[in-house]
Design a protein around this ligand. Sequence first.
Ligand SMILES: NC(=O)c1ccc[n+]([C@@H]2O[C@H](COP(=O)([O-])OP(=O)(O)OC[C@H]3O[C@@H](n4cnc5c(N)ncnc54)[C@H](OP(=O)(O)O)[C@@H]3O)[C@@H](O)[C@H]2O)c1
Length: 229
Amino acid sequence: MSTILITGANGNLGRPVVERLLKEHYKIISISGKKGNRVVPSHERLENLTLDLMDEKKSSAFANSLIKREPGLKAAVLLVGGFAPGSMQDTDQSLIEKMIQLNFYTAFNLVKPLLARFSERVAGGRFVLIGARPPLKPAEGKNLVAYTLSKTLIFQLADIINAEGKGKDISATVVVPSVIDTQINRKAMPDADHTAWVPPEKIAEAIAFILSDAGSMLRDTIIRMYNRS
Ligand SMILES: NC(=O)c1ccc[n+]([C@@H]2O[C@H](COP(=O)([O-])OP(=O)(O)OC[C@H]3O[C@@H](n4cnc5c(N)ncnc54)[C@H](OP(=O)(O)O)[C@@H]3O)[C@@H](O)[C@H]2O)c1
């Protein structure tokens, strides 16, 4: 049985992704943040852990022990991230650093040790990363400067993984939602057309495809899930 690592499992996107990938009969190791894993469903094929992924040493130790005890680890689905508004004039170094910690280091701290282990084995491994649209349409980032800069690094990280993985069974795919249809976004934007947003279950579906046999053929992939927004 293949194992999938999912971070941000207790988040608005994480929960449907955990549920969807359980249906694919994977074993799931899920990581929740400091609010804990109470909202993640319990299941015989699901192991819920709590870990601060901004902590480089703990993340690295976790990844190294995981690959030893889970030789069937097939992929890491790295969903942790967060948002902060702010134009250039509203943005300072500490906000940029905060966004980079949340959106980049939480992925990098696992990618680094896992990529090393995936590179040593024939089976390779897959990464699924979550980007955002402003890095691809920079004009959209003018009021989201720190967020945009931090998410830009996710695309660069995927490019580096794909360059390292060339000719091997190692790949990174970036999924790029426009606005995810979550309760938080509905509350923040009550007058928006919610039907134009992307249901998290559809993103979970796309991730299931990326991890499928057909999905293993994908290379250098960016999946733009914008719906009508
Ligand atoms: N929502 C949108 O419209 C939208 C649009 C484009 C892209 N995205 C991206 O999609 C992804 C998921 O978004 P979402 O709406 O599901 O976010 P969310 O509900 O805020 O979930 C984020 C998750 O990350 C966890 N987390 C935060 N800091 C952590 C840390 N240091 N260590 C371990 N876990 C940590 C949180 O756990 P705790 O709460 O317990 O700390 C939570 O489970 C993010 O990367 C986001 O940037 C979202």
